[in-house]
Ligand binder design. Structure first.
Ligand code: NAD
Ligand code: WQD
Length: 340
């Protein structure tokens, strides 16, 4: 049985990926410092898979602790989710982001060299494309100057990976550029748990419907899109989790074409903010209190993935609709708030 280290495995995408890995027969060990998650996520994972992953509460910024971990555990591959991800916070506190998102990557890659670990999956983001010149966005689209320190950490991380793979031919790395992950596991045992006021659209919607927020602000209806609101590619987090298993199997099975590869993970379909609001009202039966306000600085107009490379080369495609994702997000919110 292959053993996989999942860093940030108690976070939103990480926890769903731990479930998908266990369901495919991988043994999982999680590192998380609980900076943006709760240890009770382990219970949620266990309730779905009947298997509790090994867990180490380690801060990956502490190099010595990272070294000690690899002296104690041997792993066949690493999926590296752990990072800070709030765009606005990264503008306020860039050094936190450069330290947490870059040092941790470097320390892990050093351990890959030390311990002959050859399989590495990295969480990147469609934010590297900035405002794209053409839609849908292929992996060949240029990386644009980053609009936030957070986005810059993803660009630099990909360069770190590219250079490291160039120098170490035995290392196989895949960078997965996520579009907008939403939703929760169908069991409602795990889901997104934002701390404080949600910055992202769907948790803000579900918290508003649950009565925690008074009103959703729709940031702008005067963009050059059919209804004037911004367009994104919302992907079900369980589809996203499954893509990690496929990517890992690709490199473990040495089916990769190059030792550093990049794939977009999206649905290929763009939805506007107002379409998401409507779809949420339809699936939940709740009327959402929202109002149109000014544009949010830094928002791009429209972003959605060209999925051809992921479909044909990686051999993965999404199976779930945006409505299913919104329905699962709502079930999760109701469970967390005790509204069921
Ligand atoms: P999340 O915050 O829910 O999960 C990240 C986890 O990493 C958390 O559990 C946190 O406690 C942990 N962590 C952070 N710093 C750590 C450290 N120094 N040591 C150990 N653990 C640490 O975030 P998520 O939404 O699951 O995102 C996972 C990854 O995907 C991140 O790299 C993020 O940048 C990337 N990503 C997320 C999105 C999104 O919209 N959610 C989109 C694109 C890319
Ligand atoms: C989606 C749409 C908002 C909240 C961010 C990061 C990106 C990636 C995913 C990590 C936009 C609108 C939102 C609200 C709104 N993360 N909106 N009212 O901005 O596409 O991407 O998360 O890599 O890097 O930038 O996602 O969910 O914040 O916004 O109208 O209260 O919803 O303007 O059009 P975004 P989001």
């Amino acid at each position: 049985m292959k053993r996989i280290l999942v860093t940030g495995g108690l976070g939103y995408i990480g926890s769903h990926t731990v479930v998908a890995l266990q369901e495919e027969g991988f043994e999982v060990v999680v590192i998380d410092n609980l900076s943006n998650s709760e240890v009770s996520v382990l219970d949620g994972i266990e309730s779905i898979t009947r298997k509790r992953p090994a867990f180490e509460n380690i801060d990956l910024r502490v190099k010595k602790d990272v070294e000690d971990f690899f002296d104690n555990y041997s792993v066949d591959g690493i999926i590296h989710f752990a990072a800070s991800k709030a765009v606005g916070e990264s503008v306020e506190n860039p050094l936190l982001y450069y330290e947490n998102n870059l040092h941790t990557l470097v320390y892990l890659l050093q351990q890959c060299e030390q311990h002959n670990i050859h399989n590495f999956i990295f969480s990147s983001s469609c934010t590297v494309y900035g405002e794209p010149d053409a839609l849908p966005i292929t992996e060949a689209a240029p990386v644009k100057e980053a609009v936030s320190p957070y986005g810059n950490t993803k660009q630099i991380s990909e360069e770190v990976l590219r250079d490291t793979c160039h120098a170490n031919e035995r290392l196989k790395a895949i960078s997965l550029r996520y579009f907008n992950p939403i939703g929760a596991h169908s069991s409602a045992a795990i889901g997104e748990l934002p701390k404080g006021t949600p910055q992202n659209l769907v948790p803000f919607i579900t918290q508003t419907a649950a009565g925690l927020r008074e009103q959703l602000s729709v940031f702008g209806d005067d963009y050059p899109t059919p209804d004037g609101s911004c367009i994104r590619d919302y992907i079900h987090v369980v589809d996203l989790a499954e893509a990690h298993v496929v990517a890992l199997q690709r490199i473990i099975g040495e089916k990769n074409d190059a030792n550093f590869e990049i794939f977009n993970l999206g649905t290929g379909r763009g939805s506007s903010v107002l379409e998401v609001v409507n779809a949420f009202e339809n699936v939940s039966g709740e009327k959402l209190n929202y109002k149109i306000v000014d544009r949010r600085p830094g928002d791009v107009i429209a972003v959605y993935a060209d999925t051809q490379k992921a479909n044909e080369v990686l051999g993965w495609k999404t199976k779930r609709t945006m409505e299913e994702a919104l329905d699962s997000a709502w079930s999760w919110e109701k469970k967390v708030r005790g509204l069921d």
